[in-house]
Design a protein. Structure first.
Length: 734
């Protein structure tokens, strides 16, 4: 039975209509996805794109015509082209099932957009070579930006976690596998992250015996003991839980820690893991133990000491006394606790004692010693060698005094005992590393210990006693190393010349040695000052550490210029120098113009690069002796020592021109800024705030007059009026 030709024709027409309809529906689906589509004849180079493909990059098809592979190459970012071509070759050579590339393409408006380009070969020739390939473009800029933001956030979070090296941070998934192990955890436990992350359960870090004792009571009816992770996270299921544990380091050392465990939930509230934060409290516990032992030792020494010992309130009442003190003074313990030390002190010695107590409370000394007379119960005079120190709380508030009283009545009556005591003292002083000198008030050396002889006269030299102190040593200061301090002033009990200096230098030959000098005054039988004991300590290393700490605290880490703290210290020095010498000095305030658009349009990295470049211009545009500082944000200041306002204006004009001509490359652009500069004189009677306000007022004036100008304070106007600063064409000098 043969088929009717008419029926076959109808079937073909129906099939064609079906194909056409499916093609129409497919095109509608593609249009609904807002995807750009393309077809490419690999062998002939012929290429076709739909209108949406052109719209994604801001064009019409007519604007891009003729459309060839070169059109794509021309629009793709140069840094992404090589990778895209490599992925295309991989697919054309049959090494990947499809071509999939995410790259940047230049939009007609000039900016870059992210595009995901996907496609595959759908027709080959007889030799199996690709002929036709088709694919689609999609604008994924928002997705890429979101991914970049997420990556940046992860990096910032990781940096914060790693910066917390005093706290161990360990995070796990819900099964207890470690997925975060910061530098604090490395420091505490001794493991590297690669030894832990993805490999172990945090139960590894706990002391096994301690955990077994903790877990055993939690066994269920079948005798199953929960794991460390199960037990600890059960406590933290609803919120943070803290407890003290013993951690075992990789090297086997045990450390006491305070561990806080918190749950981690995703945005939808699903539990995704836990985070533990551990603080090493071993040193704290050791300090507490030492404090307890010290307290026990003190209590034992207090009660059994041969010396009289007392705890005295700030008002002078005896709070506690030992048996030795009761024996020295002849009173019972109950009787002493009813009276104060003032009542038992000889009237002629009371004022000196109270003055020293005042120094102790004011922090002018750490302790004091004196010989004083007490009134014994039998009416007798008891000479006591008193040593007093002040006990303070951990916050520095005074609590009470600790007094040690040695009965020296017999020693005062026996010159032999006094000589023996002096000999013991000399032997002790010769054993210490500090230089110790005893002088009369005219500077005659009465005693010098071995360390003083070695430092001032040289190894193996004879005694210095009998010589004048000014002949063997010279004290000066770091601030004025060529100006020796007057020895006569240093020997005056009423002078605080030494106490005013924290930067003393001892001149030893050609060497200047950083030292601290402590003076204690000696009194004669009549109670008058008769001499002094100087203790001189080498503080070379301490000064070096202090200088390093000051440098770190006073330098801006971005520009390596002085920060605001360092600037204010230098400004105070400049004010003091002007007051002392009468020499001119000027203060320049610089506020960048149009800096905010750099930050807003190109990001903070571009802003930081611009700040660094401007800092270099300022640094190289003035003398090495001038101080350049970044006060914060885009504000700078320059302290010009020995510089008049007229000269400062010329320097500012040169700096302004240099900043105007400064450009930095960034994202195929060159970025630039301007500056508004205000200048004021530094006066010897000013405060730091006064000088800053004067220069800032001129800078504000420069801003108000249209920016990119220099405004200078009128002489004698205290910054309230300014010279015409619009003309900045004068040559600068620096």
């Amino acid at each position: 039975m043969s088929a009717d030709p008419g029926d076959a024709g109808h079937a073909a027409q129906a099939a064609l209509r079906d194909i056409t309809e499916r093609h129409r529906r497919l095109q509608m689906i593609i249009d609904g996805t807002a995807a750009g589509t393309w077809e490419w004849n690999v062998q002939s180079g012929q290429m076709w794109v739909n209108e949406r493909w052109a719209q994604i990059v801001g064009h019409t098809r007519e604007e891009l015509a003729p459309i060839t592979p070169e059109t794509f190459f021309r629009l793709v970012h140069p840094d992404d082209l090589a990778q895209s071509n490599a992925l295309l070759r991989e697919h054309l050579e049959g090494r990947s099932p499809h071509y999939d590339s995410v790259c940047r393409m230049r939009h007609k408006a000039g900016h870059w957009i992210w595009v995901q380009d996907r496609g595959r070969v759908y027709e080959w020739d007889a030799q199996g070579r690709p002929v036709w390939m088709a694919g689609a473009h999609a604008d994924v800029t928002d997705l890429q930006n979101a991914r970049q933001d997420a990556a940046n956030m992860r990096q910032r979070l990781q940096a914060v976690v790693d910066a917390s090296d005093e706290v161990a941070v360990i995070a796990t998934d819900v099964d207890g596998v470690v997925n975060l192990f910061n530098t604090g955890a490395q420091r505490l436990l001794g493991y590297l992250p690669e030894e832990v992350i993805g490999r172990v359960n945090p139960g590894l870090f706990h002391d096994p015996d301690e955990m077994m004792a903790y877990l055993q009571p939690q066994a269920d009816a079948d005798g199953r003991v929960p794991t460390v992770f199960e037990a600890l996270t059960a406590h933290a299921a609803q919120g943070t839980w803290s407890h003290q544990w013993t951690f075992v380091r990789k090297d086997g050392e045990h450390r006491q820690v305070r561990l806080s465990i918190s749950p981690l939930n995703c945005g939808g509230g699903r539990r995704i893991g836990y985070v533990g934060m551990a603080v090493d409290i071993t040193p704290l516990l050791e300090i507490r133990e030492q404090a307890y032992v010290a307290a026990e030792k003190f209590a034992g020494a207090f009660s059994s000491a041969a010396l009289g010992m007392a705890l005295v309130s700030l008002e002078g009442r005896w709070m506690d006394v030992n048996d030795a003190l009761c024996g020295i003074l002849g009173y019972t313990r109950a009787e002493l606790l009813e009276i104060d030390f003032q009542t038992l002190t000889h009237p002629e010695d009371l004022n000196a004692d109270l003055a020293l107590l005042g120094d102790l409370l004011a922090g002018r000394r750490d302790h004091y010693h004196m010989d004083k007379r007490y009134l014994g119960k039998r009416g007798n005079i008891v000479w006591g060698r008193l040593s007093v120190s002040l006990v303070r709380s951990e916050h520095g508030e005074p609590l009470h005094f600790v007094s040690q009283i040695q009965d020296v009545t017999a020693q005062r009556q026996s010159s032999q005992q006094l000589r023996e005591s002096e000999l013991r003292t000399r032997v002790t002083l010769d054993a210490v590393a500090d230089m110790v000198l005893t002088l009369d008030l005219q500077g005659l050396i009465q005693y010098a210990n071995a360390a003083a002889i070695r430092a001032l006269a040289g190894e193996g030299a004879g005694p210095l006693a009998g010589g004048q102190i000014q002949d063997v040593m010279e004290l000066t200061t770091e601030y004025a190393p060529r100006s020796p301090l007057d020895i006569a002033v240093l020997l005056d009990p009423e002078s605080n010349a030494v106490d005013l200096h924290s930067d003393l230098l001892l001149s030893v030959g050609a060497q200047l040695l950083p030292v601290d000098v402590t003076r204690a005054w000696l009194r004669g039988e009549d109670g008058q000052f008769s001499g002094a004991v100087w203790v001189i300590r080498d503080v070379t290393q301490q000064r070096a550490r202090q200088r390093e700490a000051r440098h770190l605290a006073e330098v801006d880490p971005l520009t390596e210029l002085s920060n605001r703290r360092g600037f204010e210290a230098h400004l105070q020095q400049a004010i003091t120098r002007v007051a002392r010498t009468g020499q001119s000095a000027s203060l320049m305030f610089i506020d960048l113009d149009n800096f905010k658009p750099v930050n807003d349009s190109h990001g903070h990295l571009a802003g930081d690069a611009m700040l660094w470049a401007v800092a270099n211009v300022l640094r190289h545009g003035v003398r090495d002796s001038d101080i350049v500082a970044r006060l914060g944000g885009d504000e700078f200041a320059v302290i010009l020592a020995g510089c008049s306002l007229k000269r400062a204006r010329r320097i500012a004009s040169d700096l302004l021109q240099s900043i105007r001509g400064l450009t930095i490359p960034w994202d195929l652009q060159r970025l630039s800024v301007g500056a508004s500069i205000g200048i004021a004189a530094i006066g010897g009677g000013m405060s730091v705030d006064d000088a800053v306000a004067a220069a800032d007022a001129q800078c504000y004036r420069a801003k108000a007059l249209g920016k990119n100008t220099v405004q200078v304070e009128s002489p004698g106007m205290n910054g309230l009026d300014g010279l015409d600063g619009g003309d900045t064409s004068e040559g600068g000098e620096g």
